[in-house]
Write a protein that binds this ligand. Structure first.
Ligand code: NAD
Length: 300
């Protein structure tokens, strides 16, 4: 089946690769010529605009940085909506705010198309392995329809409710993740400053009530988990700037719902501080650098 794919970055390229492996024809568009070249090398057909990528495709997937990019790609002069076939479905897998997802869904429906928000978790590793979790917001019928395509890129497909609820699930998950990573970084740094061996501390935490993904899989202290970004100078993984973006989205959504996010606001400031010192491209577990400069600095 022909699938339009807009946004071939860290996530989009491997996701499109899995669609190709499943036998689909991928019509790719990205503003970045290198990204487009990589898509062509992977076997995709490249196009000159989102409109061209959408033409004749029953499904169009967007995997873009933030809401303004998705809006431009869909509604620009040469955007997806200018080329979308009647009845075709747009699947937006970018992480954006729930209100924008709902507004974009309404726009797509006005043009005779269908829309689901389907943000992901699982990172670049999950994108490459085809094991992403998709959190889907849309009608029951649209979820069932999207399933056939999403199953080529992910393992867990969860229907979260109507348009926008996929984004709500994603933002709440990342709110916990951003806070828990800062908590583990703070505790590991305190323990080491008080004299305990970091390996001993981590093994206690990971068999005790402090255990979480940030402690047992992506522990921010170097030398604890061999496969964690902390073991390779915080390269790869989930960028601190993306976490900062997601915490900003959570705090905006909380303001609209008149709901406090005390810890989320504090965590947002921590990742802002990390970004301001030039470390925004590092994995978000580098937040420990705000606590343990000497242990986490790259060797000179
Ligand atoms: P990325 O920056 O690597 O890729 C985005 C791509 O979109 C780039 O190639 C860029 O050139 C392209 N682009 C930007 N504006 C465009 C436009 N108007 N038209 C066409 N192409 C355009 O980002 P990513 O890491 O792939 O993340 C994409 C989304 O997935 C983000 O919303 C992010 O929050 C979310 N996400 C990322 C991860 C991760 O681990 N990287 C995990 C889960 C979710």
């Amino acid at each position: 089946m022909k699938i339009g794919f807009i946004g071939l970055g860290h996530m989009g390229l491997p996701m499109a690769g899995n669609l190709l492996k499943a036998g689909h024809q991928v019509c790719a568009f990205d503003l970045n010529a290198d990204a487009l070249r990589a898509a062509r090398d992977a076997g995709a057909q490249t196009t000159r605009s989102p409109r061209e990528a959408a033409m004749g495709a029953p499904f169009v997937i967007t995997m873009l940085p933030a809401a303004p990019h998705v809006r431009t790609a869909l509604t620009g002069d040469d955007g997806v909506l200018a080329g979308l076939d009647n009845g075709a479905m747009v699947i937006d897998s970018s992480t954006i705010d729930p209100a924008s997802a709902q507004a974009l869904g309404a726009l797509v429906r006005e043009r005779g198309g269908a829309f689901v928000d389907a943000p992901v978790s699982g990172g670049t590793g999950g994108a490459a392995a085809g094991t992403l979790t998709f959190m889907v917001g849309g009608s029951n019928a649209d979820f069932e329809r999207a399933r056939s395509v999403l199953a080529s890129m992910g393992k867990n497909l969860v229907h979260c409710g109507p348009n926008g609820m996929g984004q709500v699930a994603k933002l709440c998950n990342n709110l916990i993740l951003g806070i828990s990573m800062a908590g583990v970084a703070e505790a590991m740094s305190l323990g080491v400053a008080l004299g305990i061996d970091p390996q001993v501390l981590a093994s206690i935490v990971n068999t005790s009530t402090g255990r979480c993904w940030s402690s047992d899989t992506c522990n921010p202290y170097p030398g604890i988990i061999a496969t964690a970004p902390a073991a390779r100078g915080y390269t790869g993984g989930f960028g601190a700037d993306l976490m900062l973006k997601d915490l900003g989205l959570a705090s905006d959504a909380a303001r609209q719902a008149h709901q406090p996010v005390y810890l989320g606001a504090l965590a947002q400031q921590l990742y802002q501080a990390l970004s301001s010192r030039g470390d925004g491209q590092l994995d978000f577990s580098a937040v420990i650098r705000l606590y343990s400069q000497s242990a986490t600095k790259p060797a000179s």
